[in-house]
Write a protein that binds this ligand. Sequence first.
Ligand code: NDP
Length: 301
Amino acid sequence: MEKIMSTANSLITLNNGIDMPALGLGVFLASSEQTADAVETAIARGYRLIDTAAAYNNERQVGEGIRRSGIARGEIFITTKLWVADYGHESTRPAFEASLRRLGLDYIDLYLLHWPMPKDFEATVASYKVAEKLLAKGRARAIGVSNFQPQHLENLIGQTDVVPAVNQIELNPYFIEQAVCEANKRYGIVTQSWSPIGGVYDRSQTTSVPTRPLDNPVIGKLASRYRKTPAQIILRWHLDHGFSAIPKSVTPSRIAENFDVFDFVLAPGEIVAIDALDTGIRAGSDPETFDRNSYPITIDN
Ligand code: NDP
């Protein structure tokens, strides 16, 4: 049977009706020197979704890259995130305005709460309620969360009015977070994969996972079969699952490579074979214990 393919980035419709490009560029750990160039290169290559955060300290350079691209603001989907140190009723709005000022924008497409803060969930909820107001005023086109586990989603949704549009979570072939994906689906929340090709393993203390997903032989075999690279196979796997993915690269050739995934699809059995690589081992921080002191980040205003 012939497979349906498109060479254009696919769009995902969020639960409030707005469209988000499925594949975007992440800029965590992109230095301020690298970020504007990476964003400009990505947009020239066809990317229309850029994922940053106040805590990445590169919102200014993301804004610069967007302006340099020459592409109209309305055609680019910008995500940024509220850092946990700014959680609470009073501090959320100023932190949002500071992100806008650094980006040089007058609205955000998707505004996320960066982590749940289980030890102070009241502050987490207070911030989300402010985000709801920003949504109502059109300052954000969609709002959502990141790193929320099913219990955090349930707790938040029970106390607020707007179901998050997106939950951005650690997700790659070695860590599938099935319970979170299922909860997202139940609530109509789009799952967005961070560290989609497994970049987190390069900076993690996790020693029980011996190789990176990019070096896995199952992925390698599929790469040979499709004449694609391991990164492209993994990104296609995210898209074929219906996830959004935001691979980070500051290398022009990899930025192009990671976007060249719209001319093939994986067969159902191949998707299942990649699913089977799940180790169940998280390489990033544990959302259950995350709080203000986990990373004492100073945001450069
Ligand atoms: P990724 O899985 O995107 O991997 C990035 C790493 O892989 C970089 O070292 C990059 O190197 C390298 N790389 C990129 N493309 C290729 C390729 N085609 N072949 C080989 N290597 C490649 O990991 P990240 O952790 O950066 O996650 C992506 C994005 O997710 C972040 O940038 C951020 O936007 C978001 N994120 C969100 C978090 C959250 O808590 N919400 C947490 C962590 C990330 P190079 O740049 O040198 O090319």
